[in-house]
Design a protein around this ligand. Structure first.
Ligand code: C5P
Length: 234
């Protein structure tokens, strides 16, 4: 089994990210670079993490007009990331443009296209959050609706809450990869995550990848924390 742990490098500086990546790379499957690190350290941090040999998941959650998202996806593909995120609420035209851009750019540059992942409903959102922005006030229904639209639009991966994995596995084709944040063992604080499962529960439910941030990078010994989580799912 491949190592399904993706560690979120949610740290503010390139130095901290590189140090963390070097320390824990042997114990994890990939690193996620999100908004804080990318905005402060720039695209160079992607090149630096890729240079260690590790896979990179660029989690910038693009949501814009199709042309703009396609260009951002092309730029990310040229950086040689292995996964990236877009918001499914951007609609089918935006999602199709994103995936087409990944495929075409990879073909032109001779690399492998990144897996374009659709973000459905953020794990920090509740039914009340959906109601206040005018969506159907039921997170599970909204996730399934957006997931179906993403698959119809050609996406082969989704980001979802751990508590939605089982329902999604019943709804979407089995080859669609599910990437799941909101993972907590129960020993550490839930922080702002409202819907969590343990690593083992998430894998058993059908998650392909686990995105884990604070339980690893904020641990006293991040490498040991990653190894302990890996042990718990093997
Ligand atoms: O520290 P923690 O394990 O909560 O980190 C989860 C990571 O997954 C963060 O980088 C967060 O931005 C990301 N994420 C999330 N919920 C989503 C999509 C991404 O928590 N729906």
């Amino acid at each position: 089994m491949k190592n399904p742990i993706i560690v979120a490098l949610d740290v503010p500086t390139a130095e901290q990210a590189e140090r963390l990546a070097r320390e824990i790379a042997p114990a994890v499957g990939a690193f996620k670079i999100g908004k804080e690190l990318f905005v402060s350290a720039g695209p160079d941090i992607v090149r630096k993490i890729r240079a260690t040999g590790a896979s990179v998941f660029l989690d910038l959650k693009f949501h814009d007009i199709p042309n703009t998202v396609a260009k951002a996806v092309a730029a990310a593909t040229r950086l040689d990331v292995q996964m990236l995120t877009i918001h499914t609420s951007g609609g089918s035209e935006m999602m199709c443009a994103a995936d087409k851009s990944a495929q075409e750019t990879a073909k032109a540059t001779g690399t492998t296209a990144p897996l374009v992942l659709g973000v459905t409903v953020l794990t920090s959102a509740s039914n009340a959050t959906l109601a206040e922005i005018g969506c159907e006030p039921n997170t599970e229904n909204q996730v399934l609706r957006l997931a179906r639209l993403a698959v119809q639009s050609g996406l082969r991966g989704l980001v979802c809450s751990p508590l939605e994995i089982v329902a999604l596995r019943k709804t979407i084709p089995p080859d669609v990869q599910l990437v799941t944040p909101g993972i907590r063992s129960g020993a550490e604080p839930a922080d702002d995550q409202k819907r969590t499962l343990t690593p083992r529960e998430a894998i058993q439910a059908g998650a392909s990848w686990l995105v884990i941030g604070r339980p690893i990078y904020a641990a006293t010994n991040p490498r040991a924390a990653a190894e302990k989580i890996l042990e718990s799912i093997r």
